[in-house]
Design a protein around this ligand. Structure first.
Ligand code: KG4
Ligand code: ZN
Length: 428
């Protein structure tokens, strides 16, 4: 059984199917027979590979079809902590087994709680050693599936299923000096979502506004691609690159883009929602026209590979200004609506998700919150973008509320945050 001392939290998110499989193929009797069980895994995987020949299994699971699969196996059902890396072409690339003889000698037999603690202590090191021995440098890329013993054996630690967007919203409760208390209002701006939420508790998030088309991060990414902006070595992807180029703008090349949905501001349907696809298209068109009308100016602008002033920086800033203004506008509308119509007084405003790493956006949102006498709480940039700390933290919050999930947890490909019911998780 998996007995990691830390809580085990797993993300359930969007269309990405998590690297999969919890397989119970090991017998619980293990010392030497560990090798036997690995052999069984290899056979299991070969069988699965054969099923994949018709394409359906591999297509469903995202398992590679052009190379053997690499699976990490974890065995903790009794008194040995064992981690292996095995491939579907029957190679055991690593096998690390830590025996617990010392722990159990004194008691003259295996005490399950002592065994569980020993597994917790041994697992991180054993996993690291197995990956190193197998020569795995990038586990994310190279490990195709995880196999863990489900039973029979020691009882597992709780599993907590986490909604990726709830995790973004709760991150400031981990990172901020004054952790936001419910109810609070959040702007979650990422590559897949742009949400204005009223969060009143765990699993209690009301979507007040959303994008009607592209997510804001997606628009940042596409505009950065149109401007052929190289990514920064410091990370953050296309959005962070665009922010850096925009910071070099001098205004020497005069360009502005209209703020989306400004005209429809008073219409109830569009007052709280957002749109970024029109803005993105305006940038495409502008660049296309420029390339056609003044190809020399465009190729001169393309010369720089480092963030620098010039046409590309000015266009990046014009786009960023319009996008940030749109988000700030909508936060303003949502705050007004929440306080005056819903009569809910949020304790503060939260911003999170990758785009909330953007310094210009952070400052603008702070101004809007300040207008309502509210503080803004935004995690540090590296915890705005996707990270496992937010997943573990949300696991802790849910555990504290007594919310755990069955081990047979399935992933949820489409999971609107406001359809996220508390009843989906069992109470401890
Ligand atoms: O939350 P996140 O890491 O992943 C998703 O859940 O989608 O957000 C990623 C998005 C990407 O579109 C990325 O370009 C954008 O956040 N992003 C930024 C910045 N850093 C990351 N956008 C604007 N400015 C940034 N500094
Ligand atoms: Zn995210």
């Amino acid at each position: 059984m998996i007995t990691a001392r830390a809580l085990v939290a797993a993300t359930h998110r969007g269309p990405l199917i998590p690297r999969l499989v919890t397989a119970a193929v090991t017998p619980s009797q293990i010392t030497k027979p560990a090798l036997k069980s690995l052999d069984q895994w290899a056979r299991y995987l070969s069988k699965a590979a054969a099923t994949a020949n018709d394409g359906s299994f591999a297509a469903f699971t995202h398992l590679p079809r052009d190379r053997p699969w690499t699976v990490i196996g974890i065995e903790t059902s009794c008194d040995d902590t064992s981690v292996a890396v095995v491939t579907s072409d029957r190679r055991v690339r690593a096998l690390v087994t830590r025996h617990q003889t010392k722990q159990h000698e004194a008691t003259g037999g295996i005490v399950p709680t002592a065994a569980a603690i020993a597994h917790s202590m041994a697992l991180p090191g054993a996993i690291r050693e197995a990956l190193e021995t197998a020569g795995i440098r990038n586990a994310c890329e190279e490990i195709d599936a995880v196999a863990v013993t489900r039973g029979p054996g020691l009882a597992p630690k709780p599993l907590v299923g986490v909604h990726h967007m709830e995790a973004h919203a709760l991150t400031p409760r981990l990172t901020q000096e004054a952790p936001p208390e419910f109810p609070f209002l959040s702007l979650l701006a990422s590559g897949g979502h742009t949400l204005l939420l009223l969060s009143e508790g765990l699993s209690r998030h009301t979507i007040l506004g959303t994008t009607l088309d592209d997510a804001v991060g997606e628009a940042f990414d596409k505009v950065a691609r149109t401007l052929v902006l190289p990514w920064l070595p410091t990370g953050g992807g296309a959005g962070a690159a665009l922010e850096q180029w925009a910071a070099h703008a001098t205004g020497g090349y005069a360009v502005t883009f209209p703020v989306p949905m400004r005209d429809g501001r008073d219409k109830p349907a569009s007052r709280l929602n957002m749109s970024f696809s029109g803005l993105k298209t305006s940038v495409f068109r502008h660049v296309q026209t420029l390339q056609e009308s003044d190809p020399a100016a465009w190729s001169a602008a393309m010369a720089s590979t480092e963030p620098s002033s010039g046409i590309r920086a000015d266009i990046a800033r014009a786009f960023q200004d319009a996008a940030v203004t749109h988000l700030a506008d909508r936060l303003d509308c949502v705050l007004a609506e929440t306080i005056t119509v819903r009569k809910v007084h949020p304790t503060c405003v939260v911003a999170a998700g990758g785009v909330a790493a953007n310094q210009v956006l952070r400052a603008r949102l702070g101004d809007v919150a300040g207008k309502y006498g509210l503080r803004i709480e935004i995690p540090p940039p590296r915890l705005c973008t996707d990270n496992a700390a937010m997943i573990a933290w949300t696991g802790i919050e849910r555990l504290r509320a007594g919310l755990v999930d069955p081990w047979a947890l399935d992933y949820v490909p489409k999971w609107p945050l406001n359809e996220f019911k508390q009843s989906e998780s069992a109470r401890l």
